[in-house]
Design a protein around this ligand. Structure first.
Ligand SMILES: [Zn+2]
Length: 212
């Protein structure tokens, strides 16, 4: 099924989650002329290593969005403190509802319901409440997930995967994380592609499917 002329919203608890979870899909949707919005809920100011300026993640996100051709007025970064999202649930829900009024997305990408990180869980649960009448797809974050149902596949071409890798390389502050390797990202896309006989895919949990 092709996806054309749709509004896509990506909810990322922390700045690079959306790129890891669905960066290839973002690249494909932009390439096919859909409208893509990206909301990050934390700029991790408090946990930024001293050698970096406090707004470093904002700069890195801006660079990543440039790789995807997502315009400045299509992404936001908020300042909820890392690991404390559960304390801010209502404010997060209110923010999502205001975003929904503005964007009215067709498909929302968010952390899956199998994600165990407390901030990711909060975004998934409040995302479900805010966008319950939309198609909701949970993205794969293998190092957080208890397990993962590979229910929905998005086929990527080489250029989509390259953009995902390039966008993730913009996150200089995260480069030492063990999962931030090109090899891992390519391998996962190959595994997911092989499941359905294609070169590269990203997979998603279907949290809700709404056919309009
Ligand atoms: Zn995260």
């Amino acid at each position: 099924m092709e996806c054309r002329n749709q509004s896509i919203l990506v909810l990322a608890p922390h700045t690079d989650d959306g790129e890891f979870g669905c960066g290839g899909t973002i690249a494909r949707f932009v390439r096919e002329g859909n409208r893509v919005w990206y909301i990050a809920f934390s700029d991790a100011e408090k946990s930024m290593p001293e050698e970096y300026p406090k707004d470093q993640l904002r700069k890195e996100l801006a660079q990543a969005m440039k790789i995807f051709d997502v315009d400045e007025d299509h992404y936001q970064i908020h300042s909820y403190p890392v690991r404390e999202f559960p304390l801010h649930r209502q404010s997060i829900l209110d923010l999502m509802i205001s975003i929904k009024k503005k964007i009215d997305p067709d498909i929302v990408f968010m952390p899956s319901s199998f994600d165990t990180h407390q901030d990711h869980k909060t975004i998934c649960e409040e995302g479900f409440r805010a966008f319950k009448d939309k198609t909701l797809l949970g993205y794969e974050v293998p190092w957080n997930n208890l397990t993962f149902p590979t229910q929905a596949f998005v086929i990527l071409d080489e250029t989509d995967l390259d953009k995902k890798i390039k966008a993730l390389k913009c996150y200089e502050t995260q480069k030492d994380r063990f999962y931030a390797s090109e090899d891992f990202i390519r391998s996962l896309a190959r595994v997911r592609g092989t499941q359905i006989g294609h070169h590269f895919c990203e997979v998603f949990e279907i949290i809700r499917w709404v056919l309009r």
